[in-house]
Design a protein. Structure first.
Length: 309
C-alpha cells in the first residue's frame, strides 16, 4: 500500500509539472508575462517527472501568478559560470530575452571544483584577493578548444575559455550582467545554495578552491553585486540557516537518495526543490522588484514530502 501511494504521488507530480509548464507557455503567448530566466547548475535545474532529483528552479513557477510571470529555467547540471558560456548557453538566453525580463544567475558549486577531473571543463579560479579582501575581475582569453572536450561536450565551439586562460569567477559572472543589460533585461546575482555539509550542528565552509577559504565563491558573488549595483539574493545564507534550523535528520528529508542508498548532500529531491523554491520566492517578494507583487500568498500547486521518498 505504501509503494502504491508513492507511485500515485509521483504520477500526480508529473501531471502537475506538465500543467505548470503549459500555464507558463499560455501566459507568455501574448507577450504579457515578465520572463524570469534562470542560469545555473544542478541545484536550480528542472529534472522533470522521470527523475527523482529536484532543483529550486523546477518549482519556482508554483509561487508566481503565471499570468504575470513566466519562469524560463535554462539551468543545467554540472555547469560552472565558465562552461555555461563555453557551451553557448548564455548566448541562447540572450537570443530570447527581452527588455524588462530578468536573468537570475547562480553559479559557484562547480566553479570551485579544482580537482584534475573537473579542471578542464568546470573549474573557474576565484583569484587572489587584494589587501582589502576584494577578489579580482580579470578577463579571460579565448583559446583553441581541446578535441577531448569537444568530443565529451559537443556544444563547445572551436574556441573556449580555459580554466587557466586568465578569467576569474567574478569576470565570468560579469559577462552575464553585461549581456542582460545590453538587452534591457535585469540581472540578479544569486549566491550558490549551501550543501548539507554539517560539522556538528553547523554547516562548514565549502565553497572554496585550493587557494581560498571562508566560502570565497559566495563572498565573490556578493562583492560583484555591490560593484555592479546588482541585486544579490543570498541563497547560501538562506539555505545554510535552513539546515541549521532543521538539524541534519530533518534536513535530510529534503535531499535525494541515490540508487546505492546513500544520501546526496548536494541535490534535493522533488519536495526539497519545491521547499527551497519557496524560500527563493520569499526572497524575491522581500526584494521589492517588479515581479515581487506577483508572488502568490500560497503556491498554485504543492509537492508532498512523500514525493521525496
Amino acid at each position: 500500500m505504501k509503494h502504491l501511494r508513492c507511485l500515485i504521488a509521483k504520477i500526480l507530480l508529473g501531471v502537475l509539472l506538465l500543467a505548470v509548464a503549459l500555464a507558463g507557455v499560455w501566459a507568455a503567448a501574448d507577450g504579457s508575462a515578465i520572463r524570469v530566466y534562470l542560469a545555473g547548475d544542478s541545484t536550480v535545474k528542472s529534472y522533470g517527472p522521470s527523475r527523482g532529483e529536484g532543483g529550486w528552479g523546477e518549482f519556482l513557477q508554483y509561487y508566481f501568478d503565471s499570468s504575470k510571470v513566466m519562469i524560463v529555467n535554462k539551468s543545467e547540471g554540472g555547469r560552472s559560470s565558465r562552461s555555461f558560456i563555453n557551451e553557448g548557453r548564455l548566448k541562447n538566453i540572450m537570443d530570447e530575452i527581452r527588455p524588462g525580463d530578468y536573468l537570475f544567475i547562480q553559479f559557484g558549486h562547480n566553479d570551485c571544483a579544482y580537482d584534475p577531473a573537473n579542471r578542464l571543463e568546470r573549474y573557474t579560479p576565484v583569484g587572489i584577493p587584494d589587501a582589502n579582501g576584494i577578489y579580482p575581475v580579470t578577463p579571460g582569453t579565448l583559446v583553441e578548444t581541446p578535441a577531448e572536450l569537444i568530443k565529451s561536450k559537443p556544444l563547445h565551439g572551436k574556441t573556449y575559455y580555459a580554466h587557466d586562460s586568465g578569467g576569474t569567477f567574478k569576470w565570468f559572472l560579469k559577462q552575464y550582467i553585461d549581456a542582460a543589460r545590453s538587452k534591457g533585461a535585469v540581472p540578479v546575482l544569486v549566491t550558490p545554495v549551501s550543501r548539507m555539509y554539517f560539522s556538528g550542528t553547523v554547516i562548514r565552509d565549502h565553497h572554496d578552491d585550493n587557494t581560498s577559504r571562508g566560502n570565497a565563491y559566495v563572498i565573490a558573488v556578493q562583492q560583484l553585486a555591490t560593484e555592479e549595483n546588482v541585486l544579490c539574493i543570498d541563497m547560501f545564507g538562506v539555505t545554510k540557516a535552513m539546515y541549521e534550523r532543521m538539524g541534519e535528520a530533518e534536513a535530510s528529508k529534503l535531499h535525494f537518495m541515490k540508487n546505492n542508498g546513500s544520501l546526496d548532500k548536494t541535490h534535493y529531491n522533488k519536495y526539497g526543490g519545491f521547499y527551497v523554491g519557496g524560500l527563493m520566492a520569499e526572497e524575491i517578494k522581500k526584494a521589492n522588484i517588479s515581479i515581487s507583487p506577483y508572488v502568490l500568498e500560497k503556491p498554485s500547486q504543492t509537492v508532498s514530502p512523500e514525493s521525496g521518498k
